[in-house]
Design a protein. Structure first.
Length: 317
């Protein structure tokens, strides 16, 4: 059986992008990196627990991809450019095959986003993956949750609800065939964080949050942070062809509003910026789905959503 240091050497050294600003990476007690002058650091950490954040037996490549993707999504929501990652890995046994798949999934996504793996920790125990991701923004340019103002438009990227449908397909709780099946599964298995969009929204979005726990729940968080309400028009929700082919109209809306794991961006902007946003090419379609109001909480089509419409995933709820 390989030792801890052999494992680290084989699977976690030189992973991700090579960056000039990494002065010391894996191999010392700490990593040394050199942020650009005038930049602010944005830091995020997310933990994935086997059987909680992904189904038991989930392909190791997808675990590696997902562990980084969820953190990339947090940085995207801040308008930050990701740069350096730390990986805390707890595994039940040093399974070479699993580790190779995991590190390949992590590595491919890290390279795509220019992220260097600069350190971490490897321990034995129930499968748990924690990634800390650091990135940069020019001083004062970060997006936050607390800037939405009454009268702003409410926008969302991509097609929320797909990942929740994909998870149910994986669990055998939803039937799907052919292309719709593949498309929805991929949206759960390998989410694409909207990093380029986050950067493009600097100076435009008044508030931004990434969708991890379900659109309505996350909208509630953005509104609470900003001290505003919102009215969302359900007919404006962008629904994918795949989702429409596997779910009835009422269910589609339910998936989009309450399904989690979308890793899209939900943001607010001044109506004067509509043309700019429509013209924005950040690799994903944007849709205006409602408006920010002065108060009164989150409404759907002018009315408080039904209690089961989704208040977001809560580990201790
Ligand atoms: P220490 O005992 O000083 O905390 P370790 O022996 O745990 O260091 O790790 C040795 C080196 O390998 C350190 O540079 C650490 O950051 C890195 N490392 C350990 N585990 C991982 C991992 N899963 N991914 C990336 N780097 C790792
Ligand atoms: Mg040490």
């Amino acid at each position: 059986m390989p030792g801890e240091f052999e494992l680290i050497g084989r699977h976690f050294t030189g992973r991700g992008a090579r960056r000039e600003d990494v002065h010391t990476g894996v191999g010392d007690d700490g990593a040394i990196v050199a942020p650009p002058p005038g930049a602010e650091l944005v830091l995020a950490l997310d933990t994935l627990v086997d059987g909680v954040h992904f189904p038991a037996g989930f392909d190791a490549r997808f675990v590696g991809h997902r562990a980084l993707a969820v953190n990339l999504s947090d940085l995207a929501a801040m308008g930050a450019e990701p740069a350096w990652a730390l990986l805390g890995l707890t595994i039940p046994s040093p399974d070479e095959h699993w580790l190779a798949g995991f590190s390949a999934g992590f590595d491919a996504l890290a390279r795509r986003h220019g992220v260097a793996l600069v350190g971490g920790d490897t321990t034995r125990g129930p499968l748990t993956v924690t990634v800390t991701l650091a990135g940069t923004v020019p001083e004062g340019a970060a997006l936050r949750r607390d800037g939405a103002r009454a009268g702003d438009d409410l926008w969302v990227s991509g097609t929320p609800g797909d990942a929740a449908a994909g998870l149910r397909i994986l669990q055998g709780r939803l039937n799907a065939q052919g292309r719709a099946r593949e498309a929805l599964l991929a949206r759960f298995q390998s989410p694409q964080a909207r990093v380029a969009l986050g950067v493009a929204l600097r100076g435009i979005a008044t508030a931004c949050i990434d969708l991890s726990d379900g659109l309505l729940g996350d909208l509630g968080k953005l509104c609470a942070a900003s001290g505003v309400g919102a009215d969302l028009a359900s007919r404006e929700l962008p629904l994918s062809a795949g989702l429409c082919s596997v779910a009835l109209p009422a269910e589609r809306v339910q998936f989009a509003l309450a399904g989690g794991d979308d890793y899209e961006l939900l943001f607010t902007a001044d109506p004067a910026d509509r043309a700019r946003l429509t013209a924005l090419d950040a690799g994903v379609v944007l849709r205006r789905i409602g408006a920010v109001t002065g108060g009164g909480g989150v409404l759907v089509d002018g009315a408080p959503p039904a209690r089961d419409a989704g208040h977001g995933f809560d580990h201790f709820g």
